[in-house]
Design a protein around this ligand. Sequence first.
Ligand SMILES: C[S@@+](CC[C@H](N)C(=O)[O-])C[C@H]1O[C@@H](n2cnc3c(N)ncnc32)[C@H](O)[C@@H]1O
Length: 505
Amino acid sequence: MSTVTLEEPPMEAPQRLATIKTDENSEVASKIMAQFHALPTPVEDNPLLKTPCKDALNGTTFLPPLVMDTPPESPVVCEKPQTVLSNLHDGPVSPEHKKMHPPSSGFLPLEPPSLTSLIQSMSDKDPYNTLDKALILDSAREIVRQLENPGERAMELLMSFSIVPILKIAVDMDIFQLLATHSELTASQIARFSGAEEEFVVRIMRVLASLHITTITSPRTYTHTPLSQTFTAPPLAAGISVVHEQAFRAASRLPEYIAAHGYHNPSNPRTGPYQFAFNTFDSWFEWLAIRPRAAANFNAFMTGYRAAKPAWAALFPVEDLLFQGLPDANHADVTVVDVGGGFGHDLHILAEHCARKPGRLICQDQASVVGSVPAALRDQAPRVEFMTHDFFTPQPIHGARAYVLKHICHDWPHEMAVQILRNIRGAMTPGYSKLFILDLVMPQGRVGLPAAGLDVVMMSGFAGTEREERLWRELVEEAGLRVAGVWVGEDGDGLLEVVFDGEMI
Ligand SMILES: C[S@@+](CC[C@H](N)C(=O)[O-])C[C@H]1O[C@@H](n2cnc3c(N)ncnc32)[C@H](O)[C@@H]1O
């Protein structure tokens, strides 16, 4: 059983501005709250709200509304859409894309055989087939919504507070691992394996079974499910710790913080909801940098949680963007710099995709991250070079073909994200270098909870934000750069191709 550590002691860090106290009325918390009360009108201070909006619909790319255009009584056939839905060079949505739309109201009269055949037809397609799945899941959820009693559903939503803490306990007790290695386990066996009290085990297993994460096969006897098996993957187990220890805790104090802030977006990553919840002036990353165990969880989560999705190098036309238009002789110059690249996982995938192409692949991150890259990962892709670099300082690698910022900008408020981009601009060769920004491009329509929830993590943990295309364009232009193309995948994952036309500022 893993040891449960309630609060990891921070390492010595002279640069820290305040010690972490558990007392929420500590000096730090009261200072943060005092600042908010002193703020006259946060709207005036917020660059996101100050900047004039362009026409919101002008050139906007978003997941097209799903339109069910097959008559319900005939077998439903979903066309496989292009993975990459749109490139703004060619207009917002590719003409080949078939729009599908789950009904937003009313009951979808799907005949069970049609639904079954639809699900079966998915098996021969790619393993992600997100649009097909979205259609079926949306239809199935609509059926549930029609059937469920709103009062019961409301209670279910209220009780969902328990999910994250119970998942964390299950991971700490190694329950998912235990179930994965035994065909069936009783509460008393789990209690014996994990050193817990049997009656406590029963209560934890009750919650897991209520969520269909595990199955109760007979009284006090449990088996695994595909979902419980999924939680045995180290990145996901690490992710549960990250979400519980950082995101959940910060979000739990968000209502108080945001009420004191006049219901405006947090805009300072050192005095945001996270700092209010943790009684510190450290940013999320500074907090992590002095807690090796929490940092290891965060990096493992970042390295592996994308495993459930296609890699960006496979999702977007990265090779074309890198090599198109270059004479073969120049391919040796193609250097890709992944700025804030963590353990280099994305460059590993790029190295596989471009195995026959020469060129340097450089992964930059903070010293604490670069220093903890596991040796096995370095050995796996010896071509990836690691370099310590703070992206708030000028980019030291000049004239690379591509700089990559994946899941970086969403961690930072507007002004700081502009600074990150400007530092890269200073190293770009006009007409040759490109900047690939990989982050969600929020559609204006509905998104699923993973995307909407991630935005709440950015809001409460980082004073950052997921951005709509309009906000991306404002950010890029303010940094003196230009958006040359936007690709948006089915679930909002986006790639912005950004170029530098020459001195503009
Ligand atoms: C959300 S993670 C994204 C990691 C990786 N790009 C990915 O997509 O999985 C953000 C990364 O930014 C790094 N980071 C944070 N502040 C940084 C700074 N000032 N300079 C360089 N890297 C930084 C973190 O260490 C972390 O690896």
